[in-house]
Design a protein. Structure first.
Length: 270
């Protein structure tokens, strides 16, 4: 049953998550990442719903999924059949989608009936809430907009935290698929020097709460430009930072580099 959003605040502000989701293969079996995601399910307050900003839904304009039963989208190719067999049947929440569309009016967030839950969402959330009982909706990334626009949109969405909504940004701080070291794919941890340096820069700025420099990440040097050749996997972080309140605790977890040019660094705020 959809939650009735009457504007009443809960007594506890929900935390924020940016999760490095990495390869879809990480969702299979028990491993370092799935165990960390399961731990989130045990540690977090139970939300009324989840709003996920995924790197894998890029659109012209901003949209929010508004269907009662979102489909599981297998938006990848060349992986084992076991991945394509997964269905994550969490309900949607049309009421919540309507609240978002009607509240953030200056940004023109439009309801969508065609998308669903892509692998940036379900590969992680299925381990946090394995019973698929918590409603999940997604908000798309408008690829025409600047990083500052996405950060400011995050600020406008921060009211959701006081309505029992868990916000998850799903991407990767370092994400350069053209440089993946396939010969190191089976190693638990491996990163190129430039990837590790870029990730260190990001981690320091997150902990220092230096949002301005993270918004202008293209000015942070050649290593960062190589780490973020396209903005899609970095922008979900900016939504989360835009919702951060002064003085909130910051916790870095799953802080590993894999396959040379990806980092799984994740952040919990609050």
């Amino acid at each position: 049953m959809a939650v009735i959003y009457d504007g009443a605040k809960r007594t506890e502000r929900m935390p924020l998550l940016f999760v490095g989701h990495g390869s879809p293969l990480f969702t299979l079996g028990d491993n370092y990442y799935t165990e960390s995601w399961k731990k989130l399910g045990r540690d977090l307050p139970k939300p009324e719903a989840v709003v996920c900003i995924s790197a894998h839904w890029q659109t012209a304009g901003t949209y929010v999924t508004a269907m009662p039963k979102p489909q599981t989208i297998h938006d990848f190719g060349g992986f084992p059949p076991a991945l394509y067999d997964i269905r994550y049947d969490a309900p949607g929440d049309p009421d919540l989608a309507g609240v978002i569309s009607n509240t953030v009016t200056g940004r023109g967030i439009l309801p969508d009936q065609s998308w669903g839950l892509d692998h940036g969402a379900w590969t992680v959330i299925r381990h946090i809430y394995p019973d698929a009982e918590v409603p999940v909706i997604e908000i798309s990334l408008d690829y025409h907009k600047s990083p500052k626009y996405h950060y400011e949109l995050g600020k406008e969405l921060s009211f959701l935290r006081d309505r029992g909504i868990l916000i998850i940004g799903s991407g990767n701080l370092v994400h350069n698929l053209s440089k993946v070291a396939w010969d190191h794919a089976n190693e638990d941890e491996f990163g190129y020097e430039w990837a590790l340096k870029a990730n260190d820069i990001f981690r320091r700025l997150i902990l220092d709460r230096d949002h301005g420099r993270l918004i202008d990440y293209n000015l942070l040097g050649s290593e960062v430009r190589m780490a973020v050749p396209t903005p899609d996997h970095f922008l979900p972080l900016l939504y989360v930072l835009g919702m951060q309140q002064e003085g909130e605790d910051i916790n870095i977890f799953t802080d590993k580099a894999v396959m040379g040019s990806l980092t799984m660094t994740s952040v919990r705020i609050g």
